[in-house]
Design a protein around this ligand. Structure first.
Ligand code: IFM
Length: 451
């Protein structure tokens, strides 16, 4: 099967502008090991402990033990010839109760980590929230509570006071759609709610929290202040009006809600028509804050969805159908053209000059160790096709400044536990041994400077 895919990338770093950044991305809960270093409990610990949510109840207690092995992991980033490392900090590691007392051990860890990134000549791209909400804040309503914007800003300030001087770029929240809709409407991620009022409030509060934290980033002079969204291409599953309307709503709540809010200070009218009754009082007053200027926008892109009307149910229920394109192990169709579409769309929405990064792109594969090696040529093909789209967008004038692979390591894939492998580097979850896959070697070749 892997034999039908290429062994190497068709691009070389010389095909890109000299200042173009190649990087790899990870997140705290997925790799660090939450049980180490005095971190507090978070809502993913309890979501995973609730039967039926995650296979085997897998959680991030040990994960890849990056907490103790970060030096080895960063050596792999540097040895691949990458320029940047995108990582996140755990709120519960910095403030175990979410507010108040600071876990000095946790802040020390991020201080060491950032030093280690810089020592290897890598640019640190920090995300402040990649989904692990401290449990005491979940008890207080989490993202449904408007106070979260202030709690989030306090945590950001504590951490950035210590490490902000060495950061290249900061994003407050990874993938606000997942934080709000996936977790509070679809119920598939922590806290696992299925409630339209909770989801709508979370949709607003993630953006308010984003904006408050941007102010902290700027006040602390902590690198370029940006935002990272996961955008998903949505097309109608058939030619019916009902499917067209469902696909438009899907695009609205997934993509336009965030892009229009940060770029134009407005929520899309068609989505608002359905969700406005559930927004918190005075939501309009926050829009100017939410639209504060950004230094860059990050796009996380993986797949497309074909959307139909959900039988017997009105919007916002939609039915996701799967088309006939090849799929990754997540069951996600491979549709590189969607990345090009979003690069152009974001460039147009943000005025054509704002730096854009692909902050995540990658695939889960059935990666097996055979005779000590992992032949993941399907991943090389996936990444290559998406990088080709990025090059096309650059040629069309999109101000694309970098591309990050998700992920450096196989890791905790949330509601899929440890079953889905996205890494350039294989992790044996028993021994924790790291082994670069063929894609890591191929990337190293593509990035090697010409003599
Ligand atoms: O693993 C996740 C990551 O945490 C956020 N973006 C998508 C990845 C793959 O599902």
């Amino acid at each position: 099967m892997q034999n039908s895919f290429p062994e190497s990338f068709s691009f070389h770093r010389d095909d890109f502008p000299a200042d173009f950044v190649f990087g790899a991305a990870t997140s705290a809960y997925q790799i660090e090991g939450r049980q180490f270093g005095g971190a507090g409990s978070c809502h993913w610990d309890t979501f995973a402990a609730t039967p039926g949510n995650v296979p085997r109840g897998d959680d991030g207690a040990r994960a890849c033990d990056h907490y103790h092995r970060y030096a080895e992991d960063l050596d792999l980033v540097a040895a691949a010839g990458l320029d940047a490392y995108r990582f996140s900090a755990s709120w519960a590691r910095v403030m175990p109760r979410g507010t108040g007392e600071v876990n000095v051990e946790g802040v020390d860890f991020y201080d060491r980590l950032v030093d280690a990134i810089c020592e290897r000549g890598l640019q640190p791209f920090l995300t402040l929230y990649h989904w692990e909400l401290p449990s005491p804040l979940a008890d207080r309503g989490g993202w449904c509570n408007a106070d979260i914007a202030a709690w989030f800003a306090d945590y950001a300030d504590v951490l950035l006071a210590r490490i902000g001087d060495r950061l290249h770029a900061v994003a407050p929240i990874n993938e606000p759609w997942c934080v709000a809709w996936l977790s509070h409407f679809l119920g598939l991620h922590a806290p696992g709610l299925r409630d339209i009022r909770a989801a709508t409030r979370a949709l607003h509060h993630v953006l308010l929290g984003h904006a408050r934290v941007l102010e902290v980033v700027r006040a602390r002079g902590a690198g370029a202040a940006g935002a990272v969204f996961n955008f998903e291409y949505a097309a109608p599953a058939d030619g019916s009006d009902a499917s067209a309307r469902a696909a438009r709503f899907y695009d609205g709540v997934y993509n336009r809600w965030f892009l229009e809010a940060v770029c134009h200070g407005a929520y899309p009218a068609d989505v608002l028509e359905l969700l406005e009754p559930h927004l918190p009082d005075g939501w309009q007053d926050d829009l100017a804050t939410i639209a504060a200027p950004l230094d860059w926008i990050g796009i996380n892109y993986y797949t497309r969805k074909l959307i139909a009307a959900a039988p017997g149910r009105a919007l916002p229920a939609v039915a996701e159908t799967v088309g006939d394109l090849p799929q990754t192990s997540m069951g996600w169709e491979i549709y590189p053209a969607g990345l090009g579409e979003f690069l152009r769309r974001v460039a147009a929405a943000s005025g054509g000059k704002l730096p854009i990064y692909v902050t995540e792109n990658g695939m889960a594969g059935a990666d097996e160790v055979v005779a000590g090696a992992i032949d993941d040529r399907a991943r090389i093909a996936y990444l290559d096709a998406h990088v080709a789209e990025a090059r096309r967008a650059l040629a069309d004038g999109v101000p694309l400044k970098g591309y990050f692979v998700w992920s450096l390591l196989d890791n905790y894939e949330w509601a899929c536990g440890y079953d889905k492998r996205f890494g350039l580097v294989h992790v044996d979850f028993d021994s924790l041994e790291r082994r670069p896959k063929r894609s890591w070697y191929a990337l190293r070749d593509a990035l090697r400077p010409t003599a």
